[in-house]
Design a protein around this ligand. Structure first.
Ligand SMILES: NC(=O)N[C@H]1NC(=O)NC1=O
Length: 174
């Protein structure tokens, strides 16, 4: 799908296609539809990024709270979104040893208790060892630092999801 095809989409098709580029936040996609026409993939990405940046702290934290834990309950129950399932599997989150799984669960809980939102990291840009290391290190940060850091990671996840849709299988859907 090229950018002119994206610009020609009705809001229904636009939200159906891009509604999960920010995990479980289709309202962001629905909002940026009105910013068409986009000159490029980068422009669409920038519109999403600007929308997120303009949100108050509570909105940014709300976006983080829409993300499933890594190797958490949704993965175990098979209730992850398709995108998240692929990302988590790619980083080996579905194949942790029992020791790694226990450590991940303990650190995820510690992180959520400290900040009130989950640890978010772009799984496609990290491996298992690095995710565990980052999780333990980032537990030590201040809330404002982690809010900003988590949002940076959301934007990386968004970019890779947009690229997957525009450069590969998205083209076959329209
Ligand atoms: N919690 C968290 O980081 N979740 C995710 N990261 C990612 O790349 N996909 C996710 O679902």
């Amino acid at each position: 799908m090229d950018i002119s095809a994206v610009n020609a989409l009705s809001y229904e098709d636009f939200v159906n296609t891009f509604g999960n580029v920010v995990e479980k936040c289709p309202v962001i996609t629905a909002a940026v539809w009105s910013k068409r026409p986009f000159v490029s993939l980068n422009a669409l990405e920038a519109a999403i990024s600007d929308f997120i940046d303009e949100l108050p702290k509570s909105g940014k934290e709300g976006i983080l709270r829409c993300h499933p834990d890594l190797a958490g309950r949704d993965l175990q129950r098979g209730t992850l979104t398709r995108e998240s399932r692929r990302e988590q599997a790619g980083a080996g989150m579905d194949a942790l040893t029992s020791g790694e799984a226990e450590r991940m669960a303990r650190l995820n809980e510690e992180y959520k208790k400290r900040f009130g939102f989950p640890f978010v990291i772009c799984a496609r840009m990290n491996d298992k060892a690095n995710i565990l290391l980052q999780l333990s290190e980032r537990c030590q940060n201040e809330r404002a630092v982690e809010r900003a850091r988590g949002i940076e990671e959301v934007k990386k996840i968004c970019r890779l999801r947009l690229q997957s849709l525009l450069l590969t299988d998205g083209a076959n859907k329209l």
